[in-house]
Design a protein. Structure first.
Length: 353
């Protein structure tokens, strides 16, 4: 459909509202909704957390009387009973005249049924598609990947020096990116269901992998996952020492691997990275942030298991060291570029959600 300037402004606002659920809505989608009548916004809402009101319901409640209004929403209204009643029914009952949605919900429970229910009740429905749909799919890449592929959406985060390395040879842990970039990484962790590293990174850096220094503070900590195929992670590591219900640790080993059992740490077996990610999918984890080194990242890239790259390029030279990975020449154009302090953050979509 051809969007008016007013339509675009209201849809932009929907996407802004949806982001308010970024940390808390998973594994559900982030959704924003705006109710407009006679050119004025009379209600806004977003989906905050599973089991809570959906965006459309929250916006209708805020509006009070939505008779004859237009409702803008980033995702097709649901048509099935889950923890909450169908949003399509709520919109019909409210007497709205028109619904503008960014994309069809492709999951089996909806897949156009919400739009069909609205149209059958005489509500005009416009499905925007195009760039708005791509924006909606990117916003909900985790939910879509979990629903359609049975695993979380994987973002590989890397800090890269100006001379193309992720670490200096022969040195211990060393910051490449700026404090501003590192603060953003903590925000990325806070919005992720899991942070994943390989045993090499866990041994070399002894990281915590928690979401710290967030504003506001993180509502929950991500599951900290170590792909420790050979059972090398020592009991004295900071990950093991800080394992608790508030900051859990999951170690994924090969079926024949050794290694002792550490208190407070859950250990599972998997035959490879794909099996490990499916295990996270079974736990309803929609977003995974991969912070491992180049070796693990390349293995997952080669297996088609990395969906997005977030590359922080720092204006520093560190000399000889490991490269980012071997796929530089095959990267698509970045979908986003922005300055984070002195660094440049580039986002690459490897697989469309």
């Amino acid at each position: 459909m051809a969007l008016t300037g007013e339509d675009r402004a209201h849809l932009d606002r929907c996407f802004e509202l949806a982001e308010r659920g970024r940390r808390t809505a998973a594994p559900n989608p982030v959704v924003g909704a705006v109710v407009v009548r006679d050119g004025s916004v009379i209600g806004e809402g977003w989906h905050e957390r599973p089991g809570g009101p959906h965006a459309e319901t929250a916006a209708l409640r805020a509006a009070g009387d939505a008779m004859g209004a237009t409702v803008y929403v980033t995702l097709e209204p649901c048509s099935h009973h889950g923890r909450t009643p169908p949003c399509a029914d709520a919109l019909v009952a409210a007497g709205v005249a028109r619904v503008v949605t960014g994309m069809i919900d492709p999951t089996d429970k909806v897949n156009g049924a919400g739009v069909a229910r609205l149209r059958a009740a005489g509500v005009e429905v416009d499905v925007v598609g195009g760039e708005v749909e791509r924006r909606a799919r990117r916003a909900n890449a985790g939910w879509l990947t979990l629903a359609l592929r049975g695993r979380p959406h994987v973002t590989y985060k890397a800090a890269v020096s100006a001379d193309g390395h992720t670490a200096a040879a022969g040195e211990g842990p060393r910051w490449i990116s700026s404090p501003e970039s590192r603060a953003l990484v903590h925000e990325m962790r806070a919005a992720s269901g899991a942070v994943v590293v390989g045993s090499g990174t866990a041994l070399a850096d002894d990281p915590l992998l928690t979401a710290r220094d967030c504003d506001p503070p993180a509502e929950r900590q991500p599951l900290r996952v170590v792909l420790d195929r050979r059972g090398r992670l020592p009991a004295g590591s900071r990950l093991v020492a800080t394992a608790s219900a508030d900051a859990p640790v999951l170690i994924v080993r090969a079926p024949q691997a050794g290694g002792g059992e550490a208190p407070g740490v859950e250990v599972v077996t998997a035959s490879g990275p794909a099996d490990a990610l499916c295990e996270l999918g079974r736990r309803r984890i929609a977003w995974a942030l991969l912070e491992g080194g180049a070796t693990l990242a390349t293995a997952l890239l080669d297996a088609g298991l990395v969906d997005r790259l977030a590359v922080f390029e720092a204006p520093v030279d560190i000399g000889p060291g490991p490269g980012l990975f071997t796929h530089e020449a095959t990267l698509p154009a970045p979908v986003e570029e922005r300055r984070i302090g002195p660094d440049m953050l580039r986002i690459f979509e490897i697989q469309e959600p």
